[in-house]
Ligand binder design. Structure first.
Ligand code: PGA
Length: 249
């Protein structure tokens, strides 16, 4: 089963109007590498402007509410994000799990809401350093997948991202063997839950991906792309990752 690579950027709480030139430069690189899917999840304040500068990139959001509308001060729904120009949304990121106490069930409900409105979903799972040191990384990831992946997930709209929390923003990454191991376990868990459809689902690796390590990580078995934080903030850092994904095609 060949799965197209997906390189997704997560700008987190970074990005002002002055950064839209970076969106345009990243979009130009994406158009130059049509065999790779490129997403850029910007702050909600920039979605509409980024969508108008980002032809060739899936402009996206970093969170979505599980409901379509209602009394939820400060939250944004899938119809609102779609109207603003978002085609994709990240759910269950470890920073939201840690800062906003989001659970795997929340991630499940948010993924379902986004899918109802025809958005692509990137759902994040990953263990803490303490869990890895205790030898529990595999079980933690399996349990998160079990509780958060919607029953009707298919590769047409759903992507899983394995992001070990201790690798996010730290400059540390697992070995390629460790990445391959968790990705294989994640795919086996998906297969157990949704059968052969699992073969079409992309599993991204995230956590301190850079232009220097992307080539090796992106062509590790069962790695179908990358979710990139810090190195997605400028075209100079992000474009080499897109190029690395294209190089193996
Ligand atoms: P990082 O972040 O690339 O800065 O480690 C990855 C993420 O949180 O998605």
């Amino acid at each position: 089963m060949t799965r197209r690579k997906l390189v997704a950027g997560n700008w987190k709480m970074n990005g002002m109007a002055r950064d839209l030139d970076a969106v345009a430069a990243i979009a130009a690189a994406a158009r130059a590498h049509p065999d790779v899917d490129v997403a850029l999840c910007v702050p909600a304040t920039l979605i509409a402007a980024a969508a108008s500068r980002g032809e060739g990139v899936w402009i996206g959001a970093q969170d979505v509410h599980a409901n379509d509308a209602g009394a939820h001060t400060g939250c944004l729904s899938a119809p609102m994000l779609v109207e603003a120009g978002a085609r994709v949304v990240i759910v269950g990121h470890s920073e939201r799990r840690a800062d906003q106490n989001e659970t795997s069930h929340d991630a499940w409900a948010k993924a379902a809401a986004a899918h109802r409105h025809a958005m692509q979903v990137i759902l994040c799972v990953g263990e803490t350093e303490a869990e890895r040191e205790a030898g529990r990384a595999e079980r933690v990831v399996q349990a998160q997948i079990e509780k958060s992946v919607p029953e009707d997930a298919t590769g047409d709209w759903f992507t899983l991202a394995y992001e070990p929390r201790w690798a996010i923003g730290t400059g540390r990454t697992p070995t390629l063997e460790e990445i391959a191991c968790i990705h294989a376990i994640a795919r086996a868990k998906l297969r157990q839950m949704i059968g052969d459809t699992a073969a079409g689902i992309r599993i991204l690796y995230g956590g301190s991906v850079t232009g220097a390590n992307a080539g090796a990580i992106l062509f590790t078995e069962n790695v179908d792309g990358a979710l990139v934080g810090g190195a997605s903030l400028t075209a100079a850092k992000f474009v080499p990752i897109i190029a690395a994904a294209a190089a193996g095609n």
